[in-house]
Write a protein that binds this ligand. Structure first.
Ligand code: ADP
Length: 188
């Protein structure tokens, strides 16, 4: 199986690119952000709790997202592989993902980290806010999400660096350009 963790700050373009990689490589796309937004829309208890945290730019508790991912992976099997988008965001989540993969007799192949400047991130997210109207795409919540990324999320990359599974891609150009860079790494 090919199991990719797609990583990067909010606004780096993970969602757009993950869908394209999933299509090209016949992988199952798993986005914890999308799953949480579905729960919010459904008005479930989980959605209500998550909604408040997301609206403030905080992370949702590890156990909540881990349980969602565990269930999703089990249901998606058997498959060619996964592209994880927005997960793991903490070392705890990364460890649990390894355990989840191990129970399916497989492992994470690589992490691909999208790199893009902070100015470009803010520009893209404000642009998206005008189009999609995501409630967490306001300037103050964007700033908080970027701060959360630097405080809590960024070090998750170290977990994969230590295993020599960490690759970076410059995501400051078009989604197509990012996609081609990723496919080069995957094919290598
Ligand atoms: P972005 O990468 O632009 O922040 P996402 O759609 O991936 O967008 O996530 C939106 C929000 O959902 C995050 O700010 C966070 O509150 C929550 N979230 C998503 N994935 C996770 C996760 N793996 N762990 C904790 N919270 C998460």
């Amino acid at each position: 199986m090919l199991n990719i963790v797609l990583f990067g700050p909010p606004g780096a373009g993970k969602g757009t690119v993950a869908k394209k990689v999933a299509q090209q490589e016949n992988l199952v796309h798993l986005s914890t952000g999308d799953m949480l937004r579905e729960e919010i829309e459904r008005g479930s208890a989980l959605g209500k709790e998550a909604g408040q945290l997301i609206a403030q730019g905080h992370l949702v508790p590890d156990e909540v997202v881990i349980a969602m991912v565990r269930e999703f992976v089990k249901r998606a099997m058997p498959c060619n592989g996964f592209i994880f988008d927005g997960f793991p965001r903490t070392t705890e989540q990364a460890k649990e993902l390894d355990a989840i993969m191990a129970t399916q007799g497989t492992a994470i192949t690589m992490m691909i980290a999208l790199e893009v400047s902070e100015d470009e991130i803010i520009r893209r997210m404000l642009n998206r806010a005008a189009i999609e109207g995501r409630p967490d795409d306001t300037i103050s919540v964007i700033r908080k999400r970027i701060a959360t990324y630097h405080e809590k999320i960024k070090t998750t990359g170290d977990y994969y660096k230590l295993q020599n599974k960490y690759y970076t891609v410059d995501s400051s150009f078009t989604p197509e350009n990012t996609l081609q860079q990723i496919l080069l790494i995957v094919k290598r």
